[in-house]
Ligand binder design. Structure first.
Ligand code: NAI
Length: 332
Protein backbone atom coordinates (compact mmCIF):
# COMPACT_ATOMS: atom_id res chain seq x y z
CA UNK A 1 0.00 0.00 0.00
CA UNK A 2 1.03 3.59 -0.54
CA UNK A 3 0.65 5.83 2.49
CA UNK A 4 0.92 9.63 2.66
CA UNK A 5 1.91 11.26 5.95
CA UNK A 6 1.08 14.95 6.33
CA UNK A 7 2.61 17.35 8.92
CA UNK A 8 5.52 14.90 9.08
CA UNK A 9 8.55 16.25 10.91
CA UNK A 10 11.94 14.55 11.36
CA UNK A 11 10.90 12.96 14.64
CA UNK A 12 7.73 11.46 13.07
CA UNK A 13 9.65 10.17 10.07
CA UNK A 14 12.35 8.59 12.24
CA UNK A 15 9.88 6.85 14.57
CA UNK A 16 7.77 5.49 11.68
CA UNK A 17 10.75 4.33 9.59
CA UNK A 18 12.44 2.71 12.58
CA UNK A 19 9.33 0.73 13.46
CA UNK A 20 8.70 -0.25 9.82
CA UNK A 21 12.28 -1.56 9.65
CA UNK A 22 11.94 -3.48 12.93
CA UNK A 23 8.68 -5.08 11.83
CA UNK A 24 9.77 -5.72 8.22
CA UNK A 25 6.92 -3.64 6.81
CA UNK A 26 7.27 -2.85 3.14
CA UNK A 27 4.57 -0.30 2.46
CA UNK A 28 5.57 2.76 0.49
CA UNK A 29 5.64 5.82 2.79
CA UNK A 30 5.45 9.36 1.39
CA UNK A 31 6.24 12.02 4.01
CA UNK A 32 5.09 15.61 3.52
CA UNK A 33 6.00 18.37 5.96
CA UNK A 34 2.98 20.37 4.70
CA UNK A 35 -0.25 20.34 6.61
CA UNK A 36 -3.17 18.59 4.93
CA UNK A 37 -5.39 21.28 3.37
CA UNK A 38 -7.55 21.46 0.25
CA UNK A 39 -4.47 22.73 -1.60
CA UNK A 40 -2.13 19.94 -0.47
CA UNK A 41 -4.66 17.06 -0.64
CA UNK A 42 -3.69 16.18 -4.30
CA UNK A 43 -0.24 15.16 -2.97
CA UNK A 44 -2.01 12.01 -1.79
CA UNK A 45 -2.96 11.01 -5.34
CA UNK A 46 -2.52 7.25 -5.70
CA UNK A 47 -2.25 6.69 -1.93
CA UNK A 48 -4.53 4.26 -0.12
CA UNK A 49 -4.13 5.88 3.27
CA UNK A 50 -3.55 9.41 4.52
CA UNK A 51 -2.01 9.85 7.98
CA UNK A 52 -2.57 13.23 9.67
CA UNK A 53 -1.97 15.10 12.94
CA UNK A 54 -3.73 17.66 15.13
CA UNK A 55 -3.46 20.73 12.91
CA UNK A 56 -4.33 19.11 9.60
CA UNK A 57 -7.69 19.88 8.05
CA UNK A 58 -10.02 17.08 7.06
CA UNK A 59 -13.18 19.06 6.40
CA UNK A 60 -15.82 18.19 3.77
CA UNK A 61 -13.92 19.70 0.83
CA UNK A 62 -10.63 18.01 1.76
CA UNK A 63 -12.31 14.63 2.31
CA UNK A 64 -14.06 14.85 -1.07
CA UNK A 65 -10.73 15.66 -2.72
CA UNK A 66 -8.97 12.74 -0.96
CA UNK A 67 -11.76 10.37 -1.94
CA UNK A 68 -11.54 11.59 -5.54
CA UNK A 69 -7.79 10.82 -5.71
CA UNK A 70 -8.28 7.27 -4.40
CA UNK A 71 -7.75 7.49 -0.63
CA UNK A 72 -9.66 4.85 1.38
CA UNK A 73 -8.77 5.67 4.96
CA UNK A 74 -7.74 8.56 7.20
CA UNK A 75 -5.45 7.66 10.09
CA UNK A 76 -4.93 10.14 12.91
CA UNK A 77 -1.61 10.15 14.76
CA UNK A 78 -3.46 11.60 17.75
CA UNK A 79 -6.42 11.02 20.04
CA UNK A 80 -8.51 14.14 19.31
CA UNK A 81 -10.59 13.92 16.11
CA UNK A 82 -12.15 17.40 16.03
CA UNK A 83 -10.36 18.18 12.73
CA UNK A 84 -12.26 15.48 10.79
CA UNK A 85 -15.78 15.89 9.42
CA UNK A 86 -17.00 12.45 10.46
CA UNK A 87 -20.38 12.80 8.72
CA UNK A 88 -18.70 13.34 5.36
CA UNK A 89 -16.10 10.62 6.02
CA UNK A 90 -18.92 8.16 6.70
CA UNK A 91 -20.88 9.31 3.64
CA UNK A 92 -17.82 8.71 1.43
CA UNK A 93 -17.00 5.36 3.08
CA UNK A 94 -13.64 6.65 4.35
CA UNK A 95 -12.52 4.71 7.42
CA UNK A 96 -11.18 6.95 10.20
CA UNK A 97 -8.85 5.39 12.79
CA UNK A 98 -7.02 7.18 15.59
CA UNK A 99 -4.48 6.60 18.35
CA UNK A 100 -6.78 6.70 21.37
CA UNK A 101 -3.97 6.80 23.96
CA UNK A 102 -0.25 7.10 23.48
CA UNK A 103 0.91 8.60 26.73
CA UNK A 104 -1.54 10.26 29.06
CA UNK A 105 1.49 10.72 31.35
CA UNK A 106 3.18 12.98 28.78
CA UNK A 107 0.26 15.42 28.74
CA UNK A 108 -0.59 15.25 32.46
CA UNK A 109 3.09 15.82 33.36
CA UNK A 110 3.34 18.77 30.95
CA UNK A 111 0.23 20.33 32.51
CA UNK A 112 1.84 19.87 35.94
CA UNK A 113 5.04 21.47 34.61
CA UNK A 114 3.07 24.44 33.33
CA UNK A 115 1.35 24.77 36.71
CA UNK A 116 4.72 24.78 38.50
CA UNK A 117 6.28 27.21 36.01
CA UNK A 118 3.39 29.67 36.19
CA UNK A 119 3.41 29.56 39.96
CA UNK A 120 7.17 29.76 40.58
CA UNK A 121 7.98 31.62 37.34
CA UNK A 122 10.82 29.39 36.16
CA UNK A 123 10.54 30.84 32.66
CA UNK A 124 11.21 34.34 33.99
CA UNK A 125 13.93 33.20 36.40
CA UNK A 126 15.71 31.36 33.57
CA UNK A 127 15.92 34.50 31.45
CA UNK A 128 16.90 36.66 34.41
CA UNK A 129 19.71 34.56 35.80
CA UNK A 130 21.28 34.20 32.35
CA UNK A 131 21.81 37.96 32.52
CA UNK A 132 23.17 37.68 36.07
CA UNK A 133 20.07 39.33 37.48
CA UNK A 134 19.35 37.52 40.72
CA UNK A 135 16.64 39.79 42.11
CA UNK A 136 13.53 37.95 43.29
CA UNK A 137 11.09 40.77 42.58
CA UNK A 138 8.24 39.43 40.44
CA UNK A 139 9.03 35.77 41.11
CA UNK A 140 6.78 35.33 44.15
CA UNK A 141 4.77 32.11 44.08
CA UNK A 142 2.46 30.32 46.49
CA UNK A 143 2.44 26.92 48.21
CA UNK A 144 0.48 24.45 46.10
CA UNK A 145 -0.14 22.49 49.28
CA UNK A 146 -3.68 23.13 50.49
CA UNK A 147 -4.86 24.86 47.28
CA UNK A 148 -7.92 23.67 45.37
CA UNK A 149 -7.30 22.33 41.88
CA UNK A 150 -10.29 21.96 39.54
CA UNK A 151 -10.00 19.40 36.73
CA UNK A 152 -12.47 19.62 33.85
CA UNK A 153 -12.60 16.26 32.07
CA UNK A 154 -11.34 13.27 34.04
CA UNK A 155 -10.52 10.83 31.25
CA UNK A 156 -7.07 9.30 30.93
CA UNK A 157 -5.16 12.60 31.14
CA UNK A 158 -7.37 14.54 33.56
CA UNK A 159 -7.40 11.70 36.09
CA UNK A 160 -3.58 11.50 36.03
CA UNK A 161 -3.23 15.27 36.32
CA UNK A 162 -5.56 15.13 39.36
CA UNK A 163 -3.38 12.40 40.86
CA UNK A 164 -0.25 14.53 40.39
CA UNK A 165 -1.96 17.60 41.92
CA UNK A 166 -3.07 15.42 44.84
CA UNK A 167 0.59 14.49 45.32
CA UNK A 168 1.38 18.16 45.94
CA UNK A 169 -1.19 18.15 48.76
CA UNK A 170 -3.85 19.98 46.75
CA UNK A 171 -7.55 19.34 47.22
CA UNK A 172 -8.64 18.05 43.80
CA UNK A 173 -12.20 18.58 42.60
CA UNK A 174 -13.43 17.63 39.15
CA UNK A 175 -16.25 17.98 36.68
CA UNK A 176 -17.04 15.46 33.96
CA UNK A 177 -20.17 14.19 32.28
CA UNK A 178 -19.19 10.72 33.58
CA UNK A 179 -17.41 9.80 36.80
CA UNK A 180 -14.19 7.84 36.33
CA UNK A 181 -13.47 5.11 38.90
CA UNK A 182 -9.73 5.72 38.49
CA UNK A 183 -10.17 9.40 39.37
CA UNK A 184 -12.27 8.46 42.39
CA UNK A 185 -9.54 6.05 43.50
CA UNK A 186 -7.11 9.01 43.59
CA UNK A 187 -9.41 10.83 46.02
CA UNK A 188 -10.70 13.26 43.37
CA UNK A 189 -14.11 14.63 44.32
CA UNK A 190 -16.76 15.28 41.66
CA UNK A 191 -18.64 18.59 41.81
CA UNK A 192 -20.70 20.72 39.40
CA UNK A 193 -19.03 22.88 36.75
CA UNK A 194 -20.08 26.02 38.62
CA UNK A 195 -18.46 24.69 41.79
CA UNK A 196 -15.23 24.14 39.83
CA UNK A 197 -15.34 27.77 38.71
CA UNK A 198 -16.22 29.11 42.16
CA UNK A 199 -13.86 27.05 44.35
CA UNK A 200 -10.70 26.42 42.31
CA UNK A 201 -7.41 28.26 42.72
CA UNK A 202 -6.14 26.42 39.66
CA UNK A 203 -8.28 25.08 36.78
CA UNK A 204 -6.91 22.61 34.24
CA UNK A 205 -8.83 21.65 31.09
CA UNK A 206 -8.78 18.01 29.94
CA UNK A 207 -12.04 17.49 28.05
CA UNK A 208 -12.37 17.17 24.27
CA UNK A 209 -13.49 19.94 21.94
CA UNK A 210 -17.09 19.31 20.92
CA UNK A 211 -19.72 21.84 19.80
CA UNK A 212 -21.01 21.53 23.40
CA UNK A 213 -17.61 22.36 24.95
CA UNK A 214 -16.62 25.09 22.47
CA UNK A 215 -15.81 28.28 24.48
CA UNK A 216 -16.79 26.63 27.76
CA UNK A 217 -14.37 29.11 29.32
CA UNK A 218 -16.17 32.30 28.33
CA UNK A 219 -17.04 35.63 29.94
CA UNK A 220 -19.76 34.08 32.15
CA UNK A 221 -17.50 31.24 33.33
CA UNK A 222 -14.62 33.63 34.09
CA UNK A 223 -17.00 35.87 36.03
CA UNK A 224 -17.72 32.96 38.40
CA UNK A 225 -14.03 32.20 39.04
CA UNK A 226 -11.96 33.24 42.06
CA UNK A 227 -9.92 36.40 41.62
CA UNK A 228 -6.37 35.44 40.70
CA UNK A 229 -7.28 31.98 39.37
CA UNK A 230 -4.65 30.07 37.38
CA UNK A 231 -5.92 28.55 34.13
CA UNK A 232 -4.14 25.74 32.24
CA UNK A 233 -5.19 24.42 28.85
CA UNK A 234 -3.42 21.42 27.36
CA UNK A 235 -6.58 20.11 25.70
CA UNK A 236 -7.88 22.07 22.71
CA UNK A 237 -7.72 25.82 22.04
CA UNK A 238 -11.40 26.10 21.14
CA UNK A 239 -12.39 25.38 24.73
CA UNK A 240 -11.46 28.97 25.60
CA UNK A 241 -12.91 32.20 24.22
CA UNK A 242 -9.61 34.05 23.78
CA UNK A 243 -11.17 37.52 23.82
CA UNK A 244 -12.86 36.78 27.16
CA UNK A 245 -9.55 35.38 28.43
CA UNK A 246 -7.72 38.58 27.51
CA UNK A 247 -10.41 40.67 29.25
CA UNK A 248 -10.03 38.43 32.33
CA UNK A 249 -6.25 38.94 32.32
CA UNK A 250 -6.56 42.70 31.86
CA UNK A 251 -8.97 43.03 34.79
CA UNK A 252 -6.70 40.87 37.03
CA UNK A 253 -9.56 38.41 37.51
CA UNK A 254 -7.31 35.76 35.96
CA UNK A 255 -3.98 35.57 37.79
CA UNK A 256 -2.08 33.49 35.25
CA UNK A 257 -2.60 31.36 32.15
CA UNK A 258 -0.68 28.53 30.52
CA UNK A 259 -1.69 27.46 27.04
CA UNK A 260 -0.27 24.50 25.17
CA UNK A 261 -3.10 24.84 22.65
CA UNK A 262 -4.65 27.89 21.04
CA UNK A 263 -7.84 28.41 19.06
CA UNK A 264 -6.02 29.73 15.98
CA UNK A 265 -2.95 27.48 16.23
CA UNK A 266 -3.42 25.87 12.78
CA UNK A 267 -0.74 27.29 10.54
CA UNK A 268 1.19 28.74 13.52
CA UNK A 269 2.27 25.85 15.73
CA UNK A 270 4.89 23.34 14.54
CA UNK A 271 6.38 25.99 12.23
CA UNK A 272 9.10 28.62 12.63
CA UNK A 273 7.52 32.07 12.30
CA UNK A 274 10.38 34.03 13.82
CA UNK A 275 11.06 37.00 11.56
CA UNK A 276 7.41 37.25 10.50
CA UNK A 277 4.64 39.58 11.63
CA UNK A 278 1.96 37.44 13.23
CA UNK A 279 -1.47 38.27 11.87
CA UNK A 280 -3.54 36.95 14.78
CA UNK A 281 -3.84 39.91 17.14
CA UNK A 282 -5.40 37.90 19.95
CA UNK A 283 -2.48 35.52 19.84
CA UNK A 284 0.16 38.27 19.86
CA UNK A 285 -1.70 40.14 22.62
CA UNK A 286 -1.28 37.12 24.90
CA UNK A 287 2.49 37.59 24.74
CA UNK A 288 2.21 41.08 26.22
CA UNK A 289 1.19 39.57 29.59
CA UNK A 290 4.05 38.52 31.88
CA UNK A 291 1.70 35.99 33.51
CA UNK A 292 0.93 34.07 30.30
CA UNK A 293 3.03 31.07 29.31
CA UNK A 294 2.60 29.49 25.88
CA UNK A 295 4.02 26.19 24.62
CA UNK A 296 3.35 25.10 21.05
CA UNK A 297 1.17 21.98 21.42
CA UNK A 298 4.09 20.00 22.81
CA UNK A 299 2.39 18.32 25.77
CA UNK A 300 2.38 14.98 23.92
CA UNK A 301 6.03 15.25 22.90
CA UNK A 302 7.92 12.52 24.74
CA UNK A 303 9.95 9.61 23.35
CA UNK A 304 7.44 7.16 24.77
CA UNK A 305 4.51 8.96 23.15
CA UNK A 306 6.19 9.11 19.72
CA UNK A 307 7.00 5.43 19.86
CA UNK A 308 3.43 4.53 20.93
CA UNK A 309 1.97 6.75 18.18
CA UNK A 310 4.12 4.95 15.60
CA UNK A 311 3.13 1.54 16.96
CA UNK A 312 -0.63 2.18 17.00
CA UNK A 313 -0.45 3.86 13.58
CA UNK A 314 1.25 0.73 12.23
CA UNK A 315 -1.49 -1.43 13.83
CA UNK A 316 -4.07 0.83 12.17
CA UNK A 317 -2.33 0.48 8.78
CA UNK A 318 -2.47 -3.30 9.23
CA UNK A 319 -6.19 -3.09 10.06
CA UNK A 320 -6.81 -1.26 6.76
CA UNK A 321 -4.73 -3.85 4.91
CA UNK A 322 -6.75 -6.73 6.39
CA UNK A 323 -10.02 -4.78 6.10
CA UNK A 324 -10.61 -4.97 9.85
CA UNK A 325 -11.11 -5.34 12.69
CA UNK A 326 -11.07 -1.57 13.22
CA UNK A 327 -10.55 -1.36 16.97
CA UNK A 328 -9.48 2.29 16.85
CA UNK A 329 -12.25 3.47 14.55
CA UNK A 330 -13.80 6.89 15.13
CA UNK A 331 -17.45 6.99 14.17
CA UNK A 332 -20.08 9.68 14.36
P1 NAI B 1 -10.40 10.94 27.27
O1 NAI B 1 -11.37 10.63 26.20
O2 NAI B 1 -9.76 9.82 28.03
O3 NAI B 1 -11.08 11.92 28.35
C1 NAI B 1 -11.87 13.00 28.03
C2 NAI B 1 -12.85 13.20 29.17
O4 NAI B 1 -13.60 14.38 28.91
C3 NAI B 1 -13.85 12.04 29.33
O5 NAI B 1 -13.85 11.57 30.65
C4 NAI B 1 -15.17 12.68 28.94
O6 NAI B 1 -16.29 12.12 29.64
C5 NAI B 1 -14.92 14.12 29.34
N1 NAI B 1 -15.89 15.04 28.79
C6 NAI B 1 -16.58 14.98 27.62
N2 NAI B 1 -17.41 16.03 27.51
C7 NAI B 1 -17.24 16.78 28.62
C8 NAI B 1 -17.82 17.98 29.10
N3 NAI B 1 -18.76 18.61 28.40
N4 NAI B 1 -17.41 18.47 30.28
C9 NAI B 1 -16.49 17.81 31.02
N5 NAI B 1 -15.90 16.66 30.62
C10 NAI B 1 -16.27 16.15 29.44
O7 NAI B 1 -9.31 11.88 26.61
P2 NAI B 1 -7.82 12.13 27.11
O8 NAI B 1 -6.91 11.14 26.48
O9 NAI B 1 -7.79 12.31 28.58
O10 NAI B 1 -7.53 13.54 26.40
C11 NAI B 1 -8.16 14.74 26.82
C12 NAI B 1 -7.93 15.79 25.78
O11 NAI B 1 -6.54 16.15 25.78
C13 NAI B 1 -8.19 15.32 24.34
O12 NAI B 1 -9.52 15.55 23.98
C14 NAI B 1 -7.27 16.16 23.53
O13 NAI B 1 -7.99 17.26 23.04
C15 NAI B 1 -6.21 16.64 24.50
N6 NAI B 1 -4.86 16.20 24.16
C16 NAI B 1 -3.89 17.15 24.04
C17 NAI B 1 -2.59 16.79 23.76
C18 NAI B 1 -1.50 17.81 23.68
O14 NAI B 1 -0.40 17.49 23.19
N7 NAI B 1 -1.71 19.04 24.13
C19 NAI B 1 -2.24 15.38 23.52
C20 NAI B 1 -3.33 14.45 23.73
C21 NAI B 1 -4.60 14.86 24.02
Amino acid sequence: MKIAFFSAHNYDIESMNELAKQEGIEHEFEFFEHRLTYGTAPLATGCDIVVIFVNDTANAAVLHKLHEVGVRAILLRCAGFDMVNLDVAQELGLIVLRVPAYSPYAVAEHAAGLMMSLNRKYHRAYNRTREFNFKLQGLLGFDLHGKTVGVIGTGKIGALFGKIAGGFGCKVIAYDVYENAEALSYGIQYVSLDEIFEQSDIISLHCPLFPSTHHMINEAAIEKMKKGVMLINTSRGGLIDTKALIRGLKSDKIGSVALDVFEGENGIFYEDHSGEIMADENFTKLFTFHNVLVTGHQAFFTKEALSNIAKTTMDNIRAIETEGPYINQVKK
